[in-house]
Design a protein around this ligand. Structure first.
Ligand SMILES: Nc1nc2c(c(=O)[nH]1)N[C@H]1C(S)=C(S)[C@@H](COP(=O)(O)O)O[C@H]1N2
Ligand SMILES: [Mo]
Length: 249
């Protein structure tokens, strides 16, 4: 027998595949009616990704990323500097010989009080510290204590408007911008961090300022943060690349 599958088995398999696909399509419709569609669904996502996003959102809307005891903090956290900020930092240093004193975080978009905050100003707000794991999509991870102001606090201060659906964020590195939905933006563990393991946030780990999104993979925790833009669409803020937009863990 040349084939391992009989004709009948082939037909059954094909039928199951079709049923599976239309099941996904129905799931996507249900998700759409419940506000669980990831951005750009029509163009960028298929039913499979929509279901991943929708089921994660239903399960994790209120869940916390695991926090670890102090004894679990990694002794030698890996600073992934491979594609990091060399020339952008040199440019910043030329423009700002006085250093990070003039580093500013700008908040704009769908907010009633857009503005810019220096590091010293950010440090006066309520601080949250948490010990969580940063997991790279390449398979390595480390546990560190992250210290900063909750993103929710900054969005409140800036007067986030009710039609907000996403927060897009940018760094001094042109390729390193990203976005999260409001569920993650207002999540209590999402922090604008300026310190790590009790000291300043090292440049290798994104100092002086980094967005820490512990419920998603490491690449969503963008280093050298400069801008947050509140928006109701990602049309101008996100393009499909190597990484998927939603990276919930
Ligand atoms: N600005 C910027 N942010 C970034 C990156 C980067 O190269 N530039 N790398 C991302 C990736 S892929 C990972 S896994 C983590 C690594 O964080 P670490 O350097 O603190 O280990 O940062 C993320 N944020
Ligand atoms: Mo990564």
């Amino acid at each position: 027998m040349p084939n391992r599958f009989s004709r009948r088995q082939l037909i059954t398999t094909a039928g199951a595949t079709v049923a599976g696909v239309s099941g996904l399509a129905i799931g996507a419709r249900v998700a759409s009616q419940n506000g669980l569609i990831p951005p750009g669904y029509d163009r960028l996502y298929g039913p499979g990704e929509t279901l991943t996003y929708a089921s994660q959102r239903l399960l994790t809307r209120h869940s916390l990323a695991r926090e670890f005891p102090r004894s679990q903090i990694s002794a030698k956290p890996f600073a992934n500097l491979g594609r990091s900020a060399g020339k952008e930092f040199e440019a910043f240093q030329k423009e700002h010989p006085e250093g990070f004193a003039n580093w500013k975080l700008t908040i704009d978009g769908l907010v009633s009080k857009p503005g810019s905050w220096t590091l010293a100003e950010l440090m006066r707000y309520p601080t949250r510290s948490q010990i969580t794991q940063l997991t790279c999509e390449e398979g390595w991870s480390f546990v560190a204590e992250w210290i900063g102001v909750p993103l929710a606090h900054m969005l409140e201060l800036a007067g986030i408007q009710p039609q907000a659906r996403f927060v897009a964020y940018a760094s001094i590195q042109p390729g390193w911008s990203d976005s999260i939905d409001i569920a993650d933006a207002l999540h209590p563990q999402t922090l604008v961090t300026y310190a790590m393991n009790g000291g300043d946030l090292p440049i290798g780990h994104g100092g002086p300022l980094r967005l820490r999104v512990p419920r998603q993979l490491g690449y969503k925790s963008v280093k050298f943060l400069t801008r947050l833009t509140v928006t109701d669409t990602l049309k101008d803020h996100w393009q499909p690349g190597d990484y998927s937009w939603f990276a919930g863990i």
